[in-house]
Every structure is written in C-alpha cells, then in structure tokens.
Design a protein around this ligand. Structure first.
Ligand SMILES: [Zn+2]
Length: 263
C-alpha cells in the first residue's frame, strides 16, 4: 500500500513493504514542502530549468532536516537518459560525472536519489543482503532495459537471489497522458511486449505508451515474481497538484526527488 506522509512539512509518498524492510529509509517526494516559487513551487531539486541556486539549496536543507540525514549524505547523479549504472561498493565517488541513470549500493548512510518529473523512478531492495538501488527510466532508458540491467547487476555482482528483491515503481506519467511518436515506437522495437504497451492515440502516427508497465514487465522478465513488484499507479501529469510533470506543465517545471537509504 502506498500512503502520503509528511515530516516537518515535506510531503512524500511511501510504500508499506519498504517501511517494513528493516533498516531502509525511502521517500518518493511530492512537490510540496519547499521554498521555490511559481512553476517550481515548491520542493524543487533542480536548477536546470531556471529555478535559483538559493531556493534549491534551501530545499535540500529542508529535506535534510526533515529526514535527519546530513545533506552531504545525499547522493545524486547527472542523469542523461542512458543505461549506465553507478555501483557504490567501496569508496563513495566524489565526482558525479559522467552521467548515470541508476545507482546501486550496499553501503549504509548514503541516500541515493534520482530526480523526476514524469520519468519512472524505481527502487530495488534486496531485503536479505541489504543492497539498494534506484533507477531513472524515461523512454530512452526503458528502451535500453535499464531496470533489467540493474537487476542483473544485483544478481551477478552482489549474488542477490531474485526472490529476496522487492521492486517499487513510483509516480510517473501514465498511459492516460503519455503520447509518443514514431521515434519512441521504433526505439522500443526489441521489447517483446511492445504491442501491448502502445495503444493507438487519436492522432495519426501517435501512440499512448504505458511506461511504468513497460518497466514492470522488464522487471518480471528479469526474474522478479509479480508479488514482489508494485507500481504506485499515480500519473504525474494527472496529479500536477501533487507532482511536477514535464509534459503536464508544458516543459518548464521542477524535479521531485526520489531517494532510498540503508540506515
Ligand atoms: Zn495521466
């Protein structure tokens, strides 16, 4: 079950089975609880579309205080819509470049985060070996099977057992609002579920793509059983009162943070 909660005014979505995992803190932040204004109102974590450094820095400070996690324990990456995954196993890298769209770690005390505004945020938790991951999957990352790739890393590099892994898909744009063109249809040509995932749109040569479902199916194909994969089923574009939505707000908007940490 997904529920909305808040800490010191920071509003976020959380999932019951991750709350029950011993030693894991997580949050799919909403857009509320910060200081940004206008299109970025108000818990925005990105300066890429015009919000001020000062507001974004204050939002990090607010989040840090709300969850009682020091600011420098949050770790994000430069996201580039690819399929590279950063593994933090020994030393925490001090450079965030080049870009990555996934992070996996077995180290406690690092809150690994990804920023979204329609793309699919995914958390992976090996509840037995205590390994966590987070993924940013837009259509490009999805077409590269980034979720499947992250799960392969857990199984091959960390010797995770698929039955010990819980996968949680957060709020993203849904099939109700995600109209795509031929470029996306073609990029997904290797996906065995493509015909199921794309529905005809009212416009010619346009489709409605179910991006969270595409990721859910990749996760199932990677060997995770259906009872261990859950999707929030919340469309960011339909819920612009709660989440930033790149599509829903015509391009210029903020980014919410989705983070997970081993305590
Ligand atoms: Zn929608």
């Amino acid at each position: 079950m997904f529920t909305y909660s808040q800490k010191n005014g920071v509003q976020y979505l959380e999932y019951s089975r991750l709350i029950e995992c011993n030693g894991v803190t997580h949050a799919f932040c909403t857009r509320w609880g910060g200081v940004s204004k206008g299109r970025f109102a108000n818990l925005n974590f990105s300066v890429s579309e015009g919000d001020t450094q000062r507001n974004v820095a204050e939002n990090w400070n607010i989040l840090s205080n709300a969850f009682n996690i020091p600011e420098d324990h949050f770790f994000t990456v430069k996201q580039i819509h690819g399929d590279r995954i950063l593994i933090i196993a020994d030393n925490v890298p001090d450079s965030h470049d080049p870009g990555y769209d996934g992070i996996i770690t077995n180290k406690p005390g690092i809150a690994i985060g990804i920023k979204t505004a329609d793309c699919v945020p995914i958390f992976l938790v090996d509840r037995v070996k205590h390994i966590i991951g987070t993924i940013h999957a837009g259509w490009k990352g999805t077409s590269l099977n980034i979720a499947g790739k992250a799960l392969r890393i857990l199984v091959k590099k960390f010797a995770s057992k698929p039955e010990d892994i819980i996968v949680t898909i957060g709020p993203s744009i849904g099939p109700c609002c995600y109209e795509v063109d031929e470029k996306v249809w073609t990029a997904m040509e290797k996906d065995p579920d493509r015909d199921f995932l794309f529905k005809e749109s009212r416009k010619a040569e346009r489709w409605m793509l179910d991006l969270p479902q595409a990721n859910q199916r990749q996760i199932l194909r990677a060997g995770i059983s259906s009872e261990n994969v859950t999707s929030a089923g919340i469309c960011t574009s339909c819920h612009r009162d709660t989440f930033f939505s790149h599509r829903g707000e015509g391009g210029q908007t903020g980014r919410q943070l989705n983070f997970i940490m081993l305590q």
